[in-house]
Design a protein around this ligand. Structure first.
Ligand SMILES: Nc1ncnc2c1ncn2[C@@H]1O[C@H](COP(=O)(O)OP(=O)(O)OP(=O)(O)O)[C@@H](O)[C@H]1O
Ligand SMILES: [Mg+2]
Length: 489
């Protein structure tokens, strides 16, 4: 379909001339003799381009230009003028005219003028489109998308980041734009080599296709954030211009999954332990009593006496392991009563004194006064704290110290017991495993202490959190809901 154009001139000959040229240029030409007539035609056919003379009776070209621009700002209006009216013509540009042409108007002049008009129409269309795209992009990226989004250049520099992601990072937008993604996400100076974790961005840049992977990043408080990452290439002229990276925080899902696995393991270990422990306990008692009876018969100076003692001692150690196993498997219901958490911690410290003194470790306590009475099973909490204390003592070199600190979090009514040591710390790759039954790094450990502790704290609807570094040592924070207790003051 031919593009429409409206030609306005009161001189019939000029109208004919220009009409012919416009026709040759491929336009469907509508004509009018003055501004008023032109407005009526304009209203009816709505042409994208109007070409008008200035001097006309009834309504002149400048007035027509203003009216058209106020109704339809995107319409291109070209002014035709005689030499004597150049001033008017120049002013018309201020009113939004696209161009002005001096009479007489040849075909060539029109052709050149219309090339410029088309360039201008195209430029305006692109500007509008990019403004629309930008607005759409801003809305989508910042308001609609709950995921973290980054746009990254092929040289790994961050071009854009959305607000959702920005809120989780310890940087301002200005600090992020232009920096490399590997600096921000992985605190590296060079691109990730992909040996530990495949870099989906690298993959997309190499293959030109979308890619996916799960990475561990560090958040504001240096906590681990698991991100499921998807990358999508953006092409321009056949080359990748940028890559959109969408990161979904799956930390909760992963923790839930790990917790589920741990629970399953606990349940099966519990069942197995309960069954086997009973079976082993009886023959073990027979071994122990027989060894002891033989010792009595032989007397202390018999050469076999010491060997029998080894048998008896080892049998006792096995019984201890079995009793821990049964303890672990039993999952007995807690006997809840009202207790002052400071008293429980104090009693636990008393139980730990011998072990601490043996290793020349100091036990410190910092009790917050006025902590509300908590509703807990004293024996179970004490057992948990003793387990934590024993592990701390085991991890410390002589001369070190274990601190037991209590406090109350009034915001959510939880009492907290913090057990910290300045021992050798827990390597990062072990942090996930220490609550697993039978995980131990000790020659004589059962690896049940922490899993029993976790089970007991959970029975109280509490939580246990660990922070550890191989330089500073380890801190366990046990949080317990106070239940319906009263203040101890
Ligand atoms: N405070 C700590 N410092 C360093 N490592 C610790 C600490 N607490 C726990 N661990 C690590 O966690 C592992 C598991 O602890 P857990 O109490 O379950 O078993 P264990 O202490 O090895 O055996 P058991 O409790 O029977 O003596 C330990 O072997 C140790 O590697
Ligand atoms: Mg232990």
């Amino acid at each position: 379909m031919k593009e429409k154009i409206l030609l306005v001139d009161n001189n019939e000959n000029i109208r004919k001339d220009i009409s012919n040229s416009l026709d040759r240029l491929g336009y469907h030409v509508y004509t009018a003799q003055n501004g008023e007539e032109a407005l009526a035609v304009f209203k009816e056919v709505n042409p994208p381009v109007v070409i008008t003379d200035i001097r006309m009776p009834v309504m002149n070209g400048i007035e027509l230009l203003r009216r058209i621009k106020s109704q339809s700002p995107d319409t291109e209006v070209i002014i035709i003028t005689a030499h004597g009216n150049v001033d008017f013509a120049i002013r018309s540009l201020k009113d939004g005219a696209t161009d002005f042409l001096l009479k007489p108007i040849s075909y060539e002049v029109l052709e050149t003028a219309f090339r410029r008009v088309h360039e201008r129409i195209e430029m305006r269309r692109r500007a509008r489109e990019s403004a629309e795209n930008r607005a759409m992009y801003d809305t989508a990226v910042n308001n609609l998308i709950q995921e973290d989004v980054m746009v990254i250049a092929p040289d790994y520099r961050i071009l854009e980041v959305n607000d959702t992601f920005l809120k989780k990072l310890p940087y301002d937008r200005e600090e992020i734009i232009g920096r490399h993604c590997y600096e921000i996400s992985h605190q590296r100076r060079t691109p990730c080599d992909g040996e530990e974790e495949l870099c989906p961005l690298k993959d997309t840049l190499l293959s030109g296709k979308p890619s996916k992977s799960t990475h561990v990043h560090r958040g504001k408080d240096n906590q681990e954030i698991y991100h499921a990452i998807s990358t999508y290439p953006i092409f321009k002229d056949g080359e990748i211009k940028s890559v959109i990276e969408i990161l979904r925080d799956v930390t909760k899902d992963i923790h839930l999954h790990k917790e589920m696995l741990r629970q399953q393991k606990m349940i099966s270990v519990g069942r197995l332990a309960a069954g086997v422990a009973h079976e082993i306990n009886n023959p073990l008692t027979t071994i122990l009593t027989t060894a002891m009876l033989m010792q009595e018969d032989l007397g202390q100076d018999d050469p076999d006496y010491l060997e029998l003692k080894t048998i008896a001692d080892e049998a006792i150690r096995c019984r201890k392991i079995i009793s821990s196993l049964l303890n672990f498997a039993r999952q007995s219901r807690p006997v809840i009563d009202e207790h002052d958490i400071n008293d429980i911690v104090q009693d636990s410290i008393v139980l730990l004194r011998k072990q601490a003194a043996f290793k020349d470790v100091t036990l410190e306590s910092k009790f917050e006064a006025g902590i509300p009475i908590a509703r807990v099973d004293k024996a179970q909490i004490q057992q948990s704290l003793v387990n934590l204390g024993l592990n701390a003592i085991d991890a410390i070199e002589p001369g070190g110290e274990v601190i037991f600190e209590t406090r109350f979090s009034s915001a959510d009514s939880y009492v907290e017991v913090v057990v910290s040591d300045n021992g050798k710390g827990i390597p990062r790759e072990h942090l996930d495993k220490i609550f697993d039954p039978f995980f131990t790094t000790k020659e004589v450990g059962t690896g049940l202490g922490m899993s029993i502790t976790l089970g007991l704290i959970k029975q109280h609807k509490g939580t246990i959190h660990v922070e550890s570094s191989t330089e500073k040592g380890t801190t366990f924070t046990v949080r317990l809901p106070v239940g319906s207790g009263k203040s101890n003051e």
